[in-house]
Design a protein around this ligand. Sequence first.
Ligand SMILES: Nc1nc2c(c(=O)[nH]1)N[C@H]1C(S)=C(S)[C@@H](COP(=O)(O)OP(=O)(O)OC[C@H]3O[C@@H](n4cnc5c(=O)[nH]c(N)nc54)[C@H](O)[C@@H]3O)O[C@H]1N2
Ligand SMILES: Nc1nc2c(c(=O)[nH]1)N[C@H]1C(S)=C(S)[C@@H](COP(=O)(O)OP(=O)(O)OC[C@H]3O[C@@H](n4cnc5c(=O)[nH]c(N)nc54)[C@H](O)[C@@H]3O)O[C@H]1N2
Ligand code: SF4
Ligand SMILES: [Mo]
Length: 776
Amino acid sequence: MKKAPKHEPDEPLTVSPPKKWAAGVPAVTHALEYSLDEASLKTTATTLLTMNQVGGIDCPGCAWADPAPGHRHMNEYCENGAKHINDEATGRRITREFFRAHPVSWLNEQSDLWLNQQGRLTEPMIKRADSDYYEPISWADALDLLADELKALDTPDEACFYTSGRASNESAFVLQLFARAFGTNNLPDCSNLCHETSGFGLHETLGTGKGTVSLDDIYQSDLIFLVGQNPATNHPRQLSALEECKDNGGKIISVNTLPEAGLMRFKNPQQIRGVIGDGVQISDQFLHIRSGGDLALFQGLNKLLLEAEDANPGTVLDHDFIARHTSGFEEFARHARSISWDDILTATQLTREEIEEAHDHVMHAGRVIVCWAMGVTQQRQGVPTVREIVNFLMLRGNLGRVGCGASPVRGHSNVQGDRTMGVWEQMPDEFLDALKSEFRFDPPRHHGYDAVKAVKAMAEGKVKVFLSLAGNFVRAAPDTEITDAAMRRCKVTAQISTKLSKAHTVTGETALILPCLGRTEIDIQAGGVQFVTVENTSSEVHTSFGKLRPASRLLLSEVAILCRLAERTLGDNADADIPWLEFEADYGNIRDRVAQIIPGFYDFNRRVSRPGGIKLPNPVNEGVYATATGKAMFTVNDWDMSAAPPGHLVLQSTRSHDQWNTIPYTNNDRYRGIHGRRNIIMINPEDMVDLGLVRGQFVDIVGVWHDDVDRRVKGFEVIPYPTSRGCAAAYYPEVQPLVPLDSVAAISNQPTSKGIVVRLEPGTPPPGTKPTHWHD
Ligand SMILES: Nc1nc2c(c(=O)[nH]1)N[C@H]1C(S)=C(S)[C@@H](COP(=O)(O)OP(=O)(O)OC[C@H]3O[C@@H](n4cnc5c(=O)[nH]c(N)nc54)[C@H](O)[C@@H]3O)O[C@H]1N2
Ligand SMILES: Nc1nc2c(c(=O)[nH]1)N[C@H]1C(S)=C(S)[C@@H](COP(=O)(O)OP(=O)(O)OC[C@H]3O[C@@H](n4cnc5c(=O)[nH]c(N)nc54)[C@H](O)[C@@H]3O)O[C@H]1N2
Ligand code: SF4
Ligand SMILES: [Mo]
């Protein structure tokens, strides 16, 4: 079925009070409305009924884990998962006529939403150096051109290979192998912008960059902290798991700058009380924290635990765990005791009573989990915050036991797997040695560019060829003007993608669109029907089988595109012994090699085909800590709370309910009560008074940084919203131009997309803006 392209609705903005509960029947209705608008009834039925089932399609949404086989519902998906999958399974198509009608410069002026709505890409296209139009090109010519450009580079480091976390394990493994056999570690990925901070904080202290928590742990925990996370929108099935935890007597403390709907109540559409009742109260305590205050909060909790231990020695801390498994306790404890309450209260904007109440919950909980996401990682002090969370967990031995642990909740469905497969610009020597012995080539050892360094290198003209495996780098990376200009300096940019985005309109001199199969589609190669594998946030690796007829006969799989490119680029290189064409013919051949190289993947093909797949070992749960001291490490974490100057706000860029990362599906954000437009800024009403703002006023948001670049987005409408004092919120990627490239988290080099210092200047509404409807 071919549907006519939708047009962006020209709606007025409607603002209602934020919702106090998430999901329930409206969620199901919205999911179906969106799905049926995009795809046919038959397609929708196929995608939804096989989604997250054994032998079915893995949801291309977030990385939340599936219940064990046998414990899954018939509808094992959430409202947003249904939208994500049908956004790919859409009946709309982009043809060569579309590109003939629209110059690239015109396409670039269209919104992210409009570009995505045009449908699936259907054939390879090229924009030549002297042209403003994409035109068709054969696969052979496109890949020859790209291979020739790569071979012509002065050094392999003039190429850069970006990966986004929807890529399968198989395509990610092939991509990194190709990059390294070609001679570079320039493998920036969306993790650099996402959970890089968690990886660094956990690796240093626990010796693994991954979380330690399974779905069963969530069910069995006594107390779960949700820090800087909006599960109702971004990991909706987490709410079902939290509901089960609560049914088992568990408690939940949410820590957020916004009182998100899903943190309050949840009406589970799979439960009768969620359909006709009030649902379940999620948070037992809500800590309305100041932006960036989480480090101070956990230091406050740690200080209270130490004091409680002093008052009743031997009853609070897990001395046995601390003695057997950790190092650095004394120094940590000395420092924690020395921190002043005044500083903690200023940094968190919480009261001492609130922190003491949270401490009481901790004291009553034998098993504690801390979950976190972008509210923690996209902050300058993200790495110390993660380390302090580890300190907190270790004090009462909340690691390596059932119902306990650290859970950086991953975003993209296979972002964790892509890292496991070696997509990282600084993979350790053991991995590179294993590649060397398996494939008989010498992988480069010097580190490559991460996302921020890649932009800088492109801006300096050091990168000539940029290849992207999924994703939308120009909208995901910070400092849009600088990133766009950097991308435009490349000689060739090539995108392996399913759907149109700015990634195809902000290009190098020559640009290639290499359209690929999505996860929903049947993938047939010389060796028969293929499946791919993915890893969820709980380190479980399982299969995903495409079920739908491909959107076009001209699509190739990601693996096929990469293998053919590699064969063309490296085929005559006698050093490496890599059977690219065998990999393409049967992905089982890739998995056999992964089994030889990556720990935990032995007998990969057989084990992953069992229902439920493979659970990768987590050393922390075995009591093994591969750190500098061979033990879990307590750390001392100082903070410097450089507040925004008077008259300024700290702005976070956040996701609406109806978007997937850089791509809005609609202009609505149902739970926050915002419908029809995205150029809004949410500000605390008291801050509005202090700044002399009134609701509905239009402002320009101006980024403040230590350089003289004018970072500004124009015509944003002021919405009073119960965000923490001094902390405003607006949507990603619209405010991406305000995030300075140099504003990064210490150690992880991750952009601080949640801690942007801004001031507001009077602005005007964009032309054609209709008056706003306010429902109080
Ligand atoms: N529907 C949907 N699902 C998604 C995505 C999507 O775009 N749409 N994206 C996926 C990806 S890649 C990711 S990484 C995840 C992201 O999942 P989240 O991390 O939940 O995403 P954000 O919208 O960035 O929200 C961050 C939350 O942190 C809060 N916050 C901001 N600053 C602070 C702070 O300083 N302290 C505290 N305690 N809280 C703070 C915000 O108010 C918000 O609730 O979601 C994944 N799932
Ligand atoms: N200011 C600000 N910036 C941020 C964030 C933020 O919160 N604030 N969040 C950051 C985070 S957490 C992340 S993860 C990044 C996300 O950054 P990316 O992962 O780069 O961006 P996405 O929007 O997920 O990419 C969407 C595109 O991927 C392509 N695609 C979708 N499915 C497939 C597939 O199966 N195969 C292929 N080959 N292509 C596919 C489609 O063409 C689609 O347009 O952005 C980061 N940037
Ligand atoms: S919670 Fe995440 S993985 Fe599960 S259905 Fe929803 S979007 Fe998909
Ligand atoms: Mo992410």
